[in-house]
Design a protein around this ligand. Structure first.
Ligand code: ZN
Length: 271
């Protein structure tokens, strides 16, 4: 069924596509490298999902614009990192990709929550508008907001015993707008092996090292630093995800997952 509506990026009335909030290849990577075969939607864990949420958000043209930065991100960053690289040279496509991801997450927030004329909503809207213009190439700069990409160091995590934290760090996608009580706003994107944070209020904070993205540069795993609240937040989210996931599973689904894991390991043993 075709859905016509206002495209969230170009704001024209168009046929809307089902848009991936997080690129499709990341969901596929999780599925292909997963012990059980399906991704599970954490809001409804008894239903195996073949894909991540896809709201009708963008027209075909805008979908194409946002997808452009995905290809270099997938080959130069995502797969390289998971294949063991620890040094990444990048050009302006990386900042574009990160802004397109945070823009989608922020835009999704307003499709799920009513816009109120509050200070925090206005600040989020303002950032999204600036990023829209940047993505549509109506302006050359994306404003003064700081965007950070932090690679989770596999070597450091290898000594951690917490399966929960390791699973969350390397296998889970978790994206949302985070509003704090003190009025701070960030867009937090946790992808397998990496954390991407876009600051909205304040537009930047101290404590990051080797993570802030510019129009070109080099990022290195192991030499980066985050403010202390980031690892704490990772741990909080890991606990939250695990309890949500386990509480939401029926006993039948738990058995189902177990048998799928067993089946896969039998196949791997035969190979
Ligand atoms: Zn459009």
């Amino acid at each position: 069924m075709e859905i016509t509506g206002i495209c969230a990026l170009c704001e024209k009335e168009k046929t809307l596509k089902k848009s991936h909030i997080v690129p499709k290849f990341i969901g596929e990577w999780i599925r292909n490298t997963s012990k059980a075969e399906h991704l599970r939607n954490l809001m409804n864990p008894n239903k195996p999902e073949q894909d991540l949420p896809k709201p009708h958000l963008l027209c075909e043209g805008c979908e194409g614009i946002l997808n452009k930065a995905e290809t270099p991100f997938s080959s130069n960053i995502f797969y390289n990192y998971h294949n063991g690289s620890n040094r990444f040279d990048y050009d302006d496509w990386l900042l574009k990709f990160v802004i397109s991801l945070s823009w989608r997450v922020g835009t999704l927030y307003f499709t799920q929550n009513t816009y109120q004329n509050s200070h925090v909503h206005n600040q989020l809207k303002k950032a999204l508008n600036i990023w829209s213009e940047y993505l549509l190439e109506k302006r050359n700069d994306p404003g003064l907001y700081a965007h950070h990409l932090y690679f989770i160091d596999k070597d450091k995590y290898s000594s951690i015993n917490s399966v929960v934290l390791k699973d969350y760090a390397f296998r889970v996608i978790d994206t949302h707008v985070r509003f704090s009580f003190n009025g701070h706003i960030i867009i937090y994107n946790k992808l397998p092996g990496m954390v991407i944070v876009s600051y909205i209020n304040p537009i930047s904070v101290r404590g990051w090292k080797g993570t802030q993205l510019h129009s070109f540069g080099t990022a290195r795993v192991g030499s980066q630093k985050t403010p202390p609240e980031i690892p704490n937040y990772l741990l909080d989210r890991a606990k939250l995800f695990t309890s949500k996931y386990l509480n939401g599973l029926s006993d039948r689904q738990k058995v189902n997952i177990k048998s799928k894991i067993l089946k896969k390991s039998e196949i791997n043993n035969v190979k």
